[in-house]
Design a protein around this ligand. Structure first.
Ligand code: ADP
Ligand code: MG
Length: 481
C-alpha cells in the first residue's frame, strides 16, 4: 500500500428481506420463477392500483435497527424516487429518504490484525427492488422480467469509516452474519440476496477532507468486493499521482477481467425529485411495539461469542468458528449437552470431522445425518474411554453414511477399546518378537522407535487398544528386559 494516500470507504448494502410476499403487494417473492409469473398489477405499475405496506418488512427493519443499537423512527415516510428505466414501469421507485426507519447505529468489527473498531451506520431504510432486463435471444429484442419488482430491500448505509478493502469486507461479513442471525435475510449472495455498493475515495494521508469518490455497484461476493476496492484504490492513486482528477461516477466490477469500468456519471440527488408517496401513510410506531421486538431479539453474534468463551472456556478462534451461524452454534450447544460437557473435544470434532465431511460431500448442516445429539454421545464415549479417537472416526463415518446411534454401533461391531491389560500384553509381546531390529535400536538410545512400535500394536488390535496402555506396557517391558 502506498503510504502517501489514505483510503476511505463507505458501503451501501442491500439486504433482501425474506418475507413471503412483496413489500407493497401480495405477490410472492419467488426466486427463479418463470419471467413475470410472480408480478401482480401493483408490481407492473398499472394505473388505479394502490400499494399496501407489508408489516413484516417493518418488523424486520426495526429488529435490524435494534440489533445495531440504532434510533428507531417513531414516524418514517415512503417517498417516490423518480427516474425512468425499462424495468421500473411506474417511473419511480418507492424508498425512504428524509425520514428513514433506522438511523445512527453501529457494528463492531474485529479488524484484521488491528483492534476491534466501531463502524457507524448512518441509516437503514426500506425500499422496493426494481425488475430485470433480460438481454437474451428474444429475436433481437430485450425482455423485461418484473418478478423481482417490489421485492423488499433494507438498504444499510455506513459512514465513510472504513480504511481498507479488508476492513470493508470484514464489515460486510458482520452485516451479513447479523441479518442471518436475525433471520431477516437468507444472505445468499449468488442469488443477489445481499449486494454491496462500494464508495471509494482516497486522500493525502493526514488530510481531513474527503476525496472525490466513485461508487462500484452491485458487488455480490466478498472476494469480488475486496478485488473491486483494491482495483479502485490503485486506479485512483495512479490518476492523482499523474496529476489527473477523479470523476464522481458509478462503476461496475467485471470479475472476468478483474477491473471496474464506468457505468454512468452520478446524477445529482435532486434529479430524483423525491416527494412523499401520497398513496402510502407514514409508518407510525409506538414504544410498546418497539419494546416487544427488542425483547424478541435473538442472542447476537458478539454476545454469543463472549458467552461461549466464558461458559465453555474456548479460544477466540474456536468461538469465532462455532458462531458463524446460529444453526452451527445451536448444533454445538446441543452436542455439548448430549456429551455431558467436554466442550473443547466437541468443538474439535465439529471443526475437523463434521466440517471436513460436509466440505467433502458438499452438504450443509441441515442435511447431515450426524445430528448434534449423536455427535455428543460419540464424544462422550471417547471421553469415558469406551472407544479410541481412531475408532470414533469410523463410527462417525458410519453414522454419516447410514445414520444410527453411536452406542448401538459400538456394541454391535465390538469396537470397544481394549482396556484388558492381559489382552494388550499379548499383542505387545508379539510385536516385540516380530521387530528385533527396532528393539535393538531403542535399547541403543533411539527413543523415537517407540512410536513405531506403539503403532504396530495399535494396528494389530484393529485400533481398539488404548494407546496409553500400549505405551506404558511397551516401555515397561523394554526397560525390564
Ligand atoms: P448519496 O446521497 O450520493 O447516495 P451518501 O452521502 O448517502 O451519498 O453516501 C453514500 C455512501 O457513500 C455512504 O456509505 C457514505 O459513507 C459513502 N461516502 C460518501 N462520501 C464518500 C467519500 N468521499 N469517500 C468514500 N465514501 C463516501
Ligand atoms: Mg445513497
Amino acid at each position: 500500500m502506498n503510504e502517501r494516500w489514505e483510503t476511505v470507504i463507505g458501503l451501501e448494502i442491500h439486504a433482501q428481506l425474506s418475507t413471503r410476499s412483496k413489500i407493497f403487494s401480495g405477490a410472492a417473492t419467488l426466486y427463479g420463477a418463470p419471467p413475470n409469473a410472480s408480478a401482480c398489477a401493483v408490481d407492473l405499475g398499472l394505473p388505479g392500483v394502490l400499494p399496501v405496506i407489508n408489516a413484516e418488512t417493518v418488523r424486520m427493519a426495526v429488529s435490524f435497527g435494534l440489533s445495531i443499537g440504532a434510533r428507531i423512527a417513531s414516524v418514517s415516510v415512503f417517498e417516490r424516487k423518480n427516474y425512468f428505466y425499462p424495468d421500473l414501469p411506474k417511473g419511480y421507485q418507492i424508498s425512504q429518504y428524509e425520514l428513514p426507519i433506522v438511523t445512527d447505529g453501529s457494528v463492531e468489527i474485529r479488524g484484521t490484525g488491528c483492534a476491534p473498531r466501531r463502524i457507524h451506520i448512518v441509516r437503514a431504510h426500506l425500499e422496493e427492488d426494481a425488475g430485470k432486463s433480460l438481454h437474451e435471444d428474444f429475436h433481437g429484442m430485450s425482455g423485461i422480467d418484473l418478478n423481482r419488482a417490489g421485492t423488499p430491500l433494507l438498504e444499510i448505509v455506513s459512514a465513510p469509516d472504513l480504511r481498507s478493502a479488508q476492513e470493508a469486507v470484514e464489515y460486510a461479513r458482520n452485516v451479513h452474519e447479523l441479518v442471518r442471525y436475525l433471520e431477516i435475510c437468507d444472505g445468499n449472495m449468488q442469488e443477489g440476496s445481499l449486494r454491496c455498493d462500494a464508495n471509494v475515495s482516497i486522500r493525502p494521508t493526514g488530510a481531513t477532507e474527503l476525496g472525490v469518490r466513485t461508487e462500484t455497484k452491485n458487488v455480490n461476493s466478498f472476494r469480488f468486493l475486496e478485488r473491486a476496492i483494491e482495483f479502485e484504490i490503485a486506479r485512483q492513486i495512479e490518476i492523482l499521482e499523474s496529476g489527473g482528477k477523479i470523476v464522481q461516477e458509478t462503476r461496475l466490477y467485471d470479475p472476468d477481467r478483474d477491473e471496474t469500468r464506468p457505468m454512468r456519471q452520478k446524477e445529482e440527488a435532486n434529479d430524483y425529485r423525491y416527494f412523499p408517496d401520497p398513496d402510502l401513510l407514514p409508518v407510525v410506531l409506538d414504544t410498546a411495539y418497539i419494546e416487544r421486538l427488542r425483547a424478541a431479539l435473538p442472542e447476537l453474534p458478539n454476545a454469543k461469542r463472549k458467552r461461549f468463551a466464558q461458559v465453555y472456556d474456548l479460544a477466540d478462534s474456536d468461538t469465532a468458528f462455532l458462531t458463524i451461524s446460529r444453526e452451527l452454534a445451536d448444533y454445538f450447544e446441543t452436542a455439548v449437552a448430549a456429551a455431558g460437557g467436554h466442550a473443547k473435544l466437541v468443538a474439535n470434532w465439529i471443526m475437523t470431522e463434521l466440517t471436513g465431511a460436509m466440505n467433502r460431500d458438499g452438504l450443509v448442516l441441515t442435511d447431515v445425518r450426524v445430528g448434534p445429539a449423536a455427535l455428543g454421545r460419540l464424544v462422550a464415549r471417547i471421553a469415558d474411554g469406551t472407544i479410541s479417537g481412531k475408532i470414533a472416526k469410523q463410527v462417525f463415518e458410519r453414522i454419516w453414511r447410514e445414520g444410527g446411534e453411536p452406542d448401538a454401533i459400538i456394541g454391535a461391531d465390538g469396537l470397544r477399546q481394549l482396556t484388558d491389560t492381559g489382552a494388550i500384553e499379548a499383542l505387545v509381546d508379539a510385536v516385540i518378537a516380530r521387530n528385533p531390529d527396532q528393539i535393538a535400536q531403542f535399547r541403543a538410545g533411539k527413543q523415537k522407535v517407540i512410536g513405531f512400535l506403539v503403532g504396530q500394536v495399535l494396528k494389530s488390535s484393529g485400533g481398539k487398544a488404548n494407546p496409553k496402555t500400549v505405551n506404558d506396557l511397551l516401555r515397561a517391558k523394554l526397560a525390564d528386559g
